[in-house]
Design a protein around this ligand. Structure first.
Ligand code: MLT
Length: 312
């Protein structure tokens, strides 16, 4: 009967508001992407999607919350590449990454920017590398905890310059940005969805983008390759997940709604202003996200093992 009830509910889904868990603080890049997508999906679904920020442990606390939620389609997770890296970084995760979720689809892939407090002396990436090496005992690098995109990019930066630096973890790069603006922390690698406004406003310094090509929003900002760090390329893909056991019809309905949202002119325009583009219709599907997560776990495992940085 419960199976029948579940599939019957799937036909009338959604009948009430949906919680979208964002595993980082409000005001950060993940939150920005989530609120834009949630607002548009709400219109298509005819039910409110309420964003709930569950920060901590580099995004794994929020992911764990959704892994434990009822598989009824009323709790979803919007998370990024950290879903893949955490599978290697955390030896004691509260969930089994490849068996605790169902898949809805990919949302966007966001480039990262290497930025600093505006009065840091170096004027280009080569100078920043020299500065970091010369001041390795005092330079501080902000991130959103082990498993965050900012942590991954910071780890790649330290590996590339072969110099470990002091990291300062926050519950999201929203609050980290506040300290960068205040000069309490020196550098950060963060997504353009969080740094674009500050770079354009000149309130932080930008050294490079981690994309293969320069960005339309920052035509004068060199790539890491141009700045002498060709290995420092990373794009922060985001996906929407539901708890294991959520009916396939529900995941499909959510995927259809996500595909509509990613074509919403307001979402497309806002993503463009923030240096990113929506995923394609074909990528905003359960199969595409499943394949992406599996391949990314495999891809980043050796990079993380080479850096030797794990969550205790
Ligand atoms: C991260 O650094 O992984 C997150 O993007 C931080 C955030 O969204 O606040």
């Amino acid at each position: 009967l419960s199976l029948f009830a579940a599939s019957a509910n799937a036909q009338t889904y959604p009948e009430r508001s949906i919680t979208m868990v964002v595993p980082f603080s409000a005001g950060g890049p993940t939150d920005t992407v989530a609120r834009l997508v949630a607002e548009s999906m709400s219109k298509d679904l005819g039910q409110q999607i309420i964003v709930e920020n569950v920060g901590g442990a580099g995004g794994t606390l929020g992911a764990g919350r959704v892994a434990q939620a009822d598989p009824d389609g009323y709790t979803v997770l919007l998370h990024h590449i950290g879903m893949a890296t955490s599978a290697t970084l955390y030896r004691k995760l509260a969930y089994d990454t490849l068996n605790a979720f169902e898949y809805v689809g990919l949302v966007t892939e966001v480039p990262m920017t290497i930025v600093a407090r505006k009065d840091l002396e170096p004027t280009d990436l080569k100078g920043l590398v020299e500065y970091a090496k010369a001041n390795k005992d005092t330079v501080t690098v902000a991130n959103a905890g082990i498993g965050a995109a900012s942590h991954l990019c910071g780890m790649m930066f330290m590996s590339a310059i072969e110099t470990p630096l002091t990291t300062v973890p926050y519950k999201g790069t929203g609050p980290a940005m506040t300290d960068l603006l205040g000069g309490q922390v020196d550098i950060m690698c963060d997504q353009t969805t969080n740094t674009t406004k500050q770079i354009q406003g000149g309130t932080i310094k930008a050294y490079a983008v981690t994309s293969p090509e320069r960005l339309k929003v920052f035509p004068d900002l060199p790539t890491t390759t141009e700045g002498g760090l060709p290995g420092l390329q990373v794009g922060i893909w985001h996906g929407v997940y539901t708890p294991k056991g959520t009916p396939a019809e529900v995941n499909e309905r959510l995927s259809k709604s996500l595909q509509v949202a990613l074509k919403d002119p307001n979402v497309v325009a806002r993503f463009g202003e923030l240096g990113t583009v929506p995923s394609s219709e074909a990528d905003a599907t359960p199969a595409a996200l499943k394949a992406k997560l599996e391949s990314e776990i495999t891809r980043w495992k050796p990079v993380i093992e080479a850096a030797g940085q794990y969550a205790d």
